[in-house]
Ligand binder design. Structure first.
Ligand code: DGL
Length: 268
């Protein structure tokens, strides 16, 4: 078991790939004085269709990497890993973990037609967390569940605005719009990168719910509760690691950060 977390340690954020940068951006906005290490396991992406054992094994490896760098809190910026593994990690490690919860509650509050769509990976839909959240918040709603096959791969390749992305989104979203859905929950952290294409495909017929800012707010709350917020005088470090191709990762990281950052490629 690792040491007790300390205020000066960085926040660790990880995902199966670059998707979690959508969460990173919000955390950075809300906590500008914190050092952050972001780990993208792009060399092993996607996790969405892997077995639970594989997801657990890979996620644990990512966590050990971040803990070796003294992270004081870890944000699992991946719905799939949260769904499969967060309970294990909370009981196994001493530091706090923040995970992704499918944003059915805000969707339920916002929908007028009482019909919502959810786009996520197969593993997320199969997890206990989704079922629990569904039972708690989606009673009385029609919920159209749609696995986003192929979308994570497109984002990882930087193809989020491609014709292929349009075709997949048309296939996934138009049927739910035709059935009356007016709200779409993004249940995978890669999907906020598809927001422009979603808008092109669905226009203003679907209000898109992205939980990244709520996750950042929860991160801040938990840091405060545990007395782990950094003092505001230091110069925060931003350090990125990827197990994938460095040039592609650099393009994504540069979009997510203003100013200097370090990036390292490590073996998958
Ligand atoms: N960003 C991950 C998620 O939220 C993508 C999962 C995958 O790698 O398939 O679910």
């Amino acid at each position: 078991m690792q040491e007790t977390p300390i205020q000066q340690g960085p926040i660790g954020i990880f995902d199966s790939g670059v998707g979690g940068l959508s969460v990173f951006k919000e955390v950075r906005k809300l906590l500008p004085f914190e050092s952050i290490l972001y780990f993208a396991d792009s060399g092993n992406c996607p996790y969405g269709s892997k077995t639970q054992e594989e997801v657990l094994f890979l996620a644990r490896k990512n966590i050990e990497f971040l803990l070796a760098k003294n992270c004081k809190l870890i944000v699992i910026a991946c719905n799939t890993i949260t769904a499969v593994a967060i309970d294990h990690f909370r009981s196994e490690y001493r530091i706090p973990f923040i995970g992704m919860e499918p944003a059915l509650k805000p969707a339920a509050l916002q929908t007028r037609t009482k019909k919502i769509g959810v786009l996520a990976t197969e593993n997320t839909f199969n997890g206990r967390l989704f079922k629990q959240t569904f039972e708690k918040h989606a009673g009385g709603l029609d919920v159209f569940i749609q696995p986003g096959y192929g979308l994570v791969e497109l984002v990882e390749q930087g193809e989020q605005n491609s014709e292929k992305a349009r075709q997949l989104l048309e296939r996934y979203l138009i049927p739910m719009v035709e059935k009356g859905a007016d709200t779409l929950v993004l249940g995978c952290t890669h999907y906020p990168f598809l927001k422009d294409m979603i808008r092109q495909v669905a226009g203003n017929r679907l209000a898109v719910i992205d939980p990244s800012d709520a996750v950042a707010a929860q991160t801040k709350r938990i840091l405060m509760e545990n007395d782990l917020i950094s003092d505001s005088c230091r110069r925060p470090r931003l350090h990125f690691f990827t197990t994938g191709e460095k040039t592609m990762a650099e393009r994504f990281f540069a979009l997510a950060v203003e100013g200097p950052f370090q990036i390292e490629q490590i073996g998958p």
